[in-house]
Design a protein around this ligand. Structure first.
Ligand code: ADP
Length: 488
């Protein structure tokens, strides 16, 4: 794709609509929005300007101007999509629409355990609003707390509490479309709705999914379900000998399916000892949690050499508790930034990473097959293999990092080459990626080609209908507007 320059007249129109301080064009200002996890000399995904709207009306004005001048936009909320491209656009030359200034927590409802947020609200912000309001609620947070609730949810991101499947804990969106219209999904389509954040469907087809991992709209409000603060929080750690990934995973499956374990466990291998470990937590009334722990202990008692370590805490005291490691805090709803240190530890001061994330069924067989598939590629390319495996009731999401020094062009190139090899190998084996870096969106979209590309044709038809000038995030998830499909 060739870069599309922004016409000066479009910049003038943005300035007129948003004010001078909300339109950034200087090179040093744009540099801050670059994907920090690529080689510093590459600029394949460079923005031509950044606009910072402060209201829904300003977002509509931006979309109108983009249509008038044929300017491609790329939306981000906080731009912390690290490992997948940061704030960078798929199409070089796009104007970034940064929603950082739309950062109000519009409502926290303790009675019904939900919040309504604007896109610039980070996980830190939402947790702080819940704390400051004295609400007895638990927010699901990903391992890095600085990203936005909206961006993470729209990208199908994960947290580690009982509402950790973020896309399934979303309830109601407000979206600016490519033609400037604003729609509200779900019950929000009723003018005086009383149930926008409490009932996920509405009358007719559900539209919410169309705006996730998509380039059909700019989300300006989102409802998010929270968990009532439990009486008791009990983080658990189960470890097994290095060859026992399969039995560990198979022992977890019934616990998730029957809902004894209600959060999102993470399975990892300790690089020092080689032991595999599962991290998860129990939440609820103490008597129930005690009973659940007994069931958990029995589930792992048949595994030779298994160790279960659990610690019981009051549900409200996680932020103040001593001696919790970063994941025990995250599973207790306390956001942090500790994972950034791991990238530095493995990749150096200027370390970066790509996140390679295939999905398998939740069986020990598939877990081992995926490790056996990926590991030789990592070893061949000289990268450390150590996936963080997200466990859901029926699937495993392998978040397999490729960590490198972003100042070393050769290693950065090797990391991107490894990613392409891995995507090819997992795609052939029937395992799809749940999300991908900008540089691989076309390649991955190609793998979802059943029925002679039926899903692509569907996506393109919807794109053309809702965004006829193709101004919203061209190329996202491999979906290009009609005028740009030639280059595909
Ligand atoms: P984070 O939430 O981690 O800071 P970003 O803001 O970078 O992440 O968002 C990640 C991706 O999600 C973006 O690249 C964009 O494709 C999509 N996205 C984020 N916010 C919105 C939004 N408000 N409307 C539509 N898409 C969005």
């Amino acid at each position: 794709m060739t870069a599309v320059p922004v016409p000066d007249r479009a910049v003038d129109a943005f300035v007129e609509a948003l004010g001078r301080d909300a339109v950034l064009v200087a090179e040093d200002e744009l540099r801050e929005f670059r994907d920090p996890y690529t080689f510093s000399g590459w600029d394949e995904h460079a923005a031509s300007a950044v606009v910072l709207p402060s209201s829904v009306e300003e977002v509509q004005a931006v979309v109108r101007i983009a249509n008038d001048f044929g300017v491609p936009l790329w939306t981000f909320s906080r731009g912390r999509n690290y490992g997948y491209g940061g704030a960078s656009p798929r199409l070089s030359g796009s104007v970034l629409v940064g929603l950082l200034r739309m950062n109000r927590v519009l409502e926290v409802n303790e009675e019904l355990a939900y919040a309504l947020v604007e896109p610039g609200v980070s996980f830190f912000d939402l947790c702080e609003a819940v704390r400051a309001g004295g609400h007895k609620l638990l927010v699901s947070v990903p391992v890095l707390g600085w990203g936005s609730v909206v961006g993470n949810t729209l990208e199908h991101g994960w947290g580690y509490t009982p509402t950790g499947d973020h896309a399934s804990s979303q309830c109601g969106l407000e979206v600016v479309l490519g033609n400037g219209d604003v729609v509200r999904t779900g019950m929000g389509a009723m003018a005086a709705s009383r149930t926008w954040q409490t009932y996920r469907r509405s009358f007719g087809p559900s539209a919410d999914g169309l705006f996730m991992q998509s380039n059909l709209g700019i989300v300006t409000k989102m409802g998010v379900w929270l968990t009532p603060e439990p009486e008791c929080y009990l983080p658990c750690r189960v470890t097994v000998p290095g060859d026992d990934l399969a039995p560990l995973v198979d022992a977890l499956r019934p616990l998730l399916l029957e809902r004894t374990v209600q959060n999102v466990p993470l399975v990892m291998q300790d690089p020092a000892s080689g032991r595999w470990g599962a991290r998860f937590a129990l939440y609820g009334h103490e008597r129930v949690v005690d009973a659940q722990l007994a069931i958990v202990e029995r589930a792992f008692s048949g595994l030779v050499g298994a160790e279960v370590v659990a610690r019981k805490l009051p549900g409200g005291g996680v932020a103040e508790a001593d001696g919790l490691d970063p994941l025990e805090q995250v599973m207790g709803g306390v956001p942090g930034l500790a994972a950034l240190e791991v990238v530095k530890l493995l990749g150096g001061e200027h370390g970066g990473q790509l996140d390679f994330s295939p999905v398998t069924p939740l069986t020990g067989r598939d877990a081992v097959a995926m490790c056996d598939l990926l590991r030789p590629f990592y070893e061949q390319a000289g990268f450390l293999f150590g996936p963080g495996i997200i466990v859901t009731p029926r699937s495993l999401v392998f978040t397999s990092h490729i960590t490198f020094d972003t100042q070393d062009e050769e290693r950065a190139r090797a990391a991107f080459d490894l990613y392409a090899q891995l995507a090819d190998a997992t795609g052939r084996a029937g395992y799809g990626l749940y999300r991908t870096h900008l540089g691989f969106m076309d390649l991955v979209a190609e793998q979802y080609g059943w029925g002679d590309g039926a899903l692509r044709r569907f996506n393109e038809a919807v794109k053309d209908a809702l965004d006829p000038n193709g101004v919203l995030s061209p190329g996202k998830q491999g979906i290009w507007p009609r005028s740009m499909r030639g280059a595909r």
